[in-house]
Write a protein that binds this ligand. Sequence first.
Ligand SMILES: [Zn+2]
Length: 372
Amino acid sequence: MSSRCSTCREVVSQYVKTQKKEPNLFVDHIDICDLKGKRKHNTQKQLKLREIEIHLSALRNTAGGKIILHVSGTAGDDRYLGCVDEFLEESLNNFLCDGTLFVDTYSRKWLSEIRTFEEFTDCILISVEKTKGVATVDFKTKICSDLKVERPSTLNIVSLLCQRKSSPQKAATLRGLLPNPTESRNIQLKTYRPKDQDKSNIESNPDTFAQYIWEKLRFREYLSCMTKNEDGGSFYLGITEKEKQYQCASPDSTRTYSSFAPEIEGFVLPFSEDDLKNSLLCLIQSHVRILHVDTALEDFPPDLIKFQFHCSKSKGCVLEIAVGYTSGIAFYDEKGPLAYHVKEGEVQRITPDDWLSRVTKTFDDFKGDSSP
Ligand SMILES: [Zn+2]
């Protein structure tokens, strides 16, 4: 709640006084310009969306309830709700974790449609139903295809927990510098080309360099994906996929088309190989936890990761980080998935144990409800 905003304060106090008691009521504040801005480049918009997601998750995971969204700056005669719908669409859909329909779970309207709230023309009332499952803000683990990395569904998580492959774990294997590497579920190629203004900070010490690989180049996400492949994967820093023109293969053709080819660009390592390796290991060991269906979160097994620097005088260094396979789920957050509930009047993060029992219970319940 934005306590600095007088409208947010007033609207809540009036709602509590005049409306039938809600199990849970939250107020969120966003400026119309942030709501309408492009999400990718607007950190304020991302932060606001995350605040709303935390409240949505808490409502879904507790008893349901209402969110009053104060969109400050909305003109009194602008009654179009499409922008708000678009802003919230992906998040709302992500919280449909139990197969229920959007229309049975959420509704929204201008608060001014309710008697005594006519003057609050810039507030939207969002109603949220409780879930039988667990609405997760961020799973802190990803799944991939050969093209991209994605957010898993709850069903994916259940399937990962239930499936039993032949081996529980396979150690990481280095692939080396392949002659013609192509990106896939097993291979990730990254160029080292930070923005000029960030470069000196990234290269100031091994920890900042490791953090750049971990977060900005999303190694943590690829790691979580690759541990789900039975033959693991390798993440390369210093190889670029460059656009290249090709001539069409038919003998008499003069047509060309563009495609991509790998090229070793390398990078200059500003410190020793061991220093960077240790900083990366430190990040992995402090953040990554493995979840099996019948155990608590476990530490990251050391043999699931291997490092190799392929360095040459002419091309600089390529760093290969090989990742092994585990039948458990690898989370890149030491506290596991990010989900909330309301406990003793406060929004609190759900513990990994609680989260796991809720995930598994959903599907047990579902089977129980639907069987004849
Ligand atoms: Zn406000």
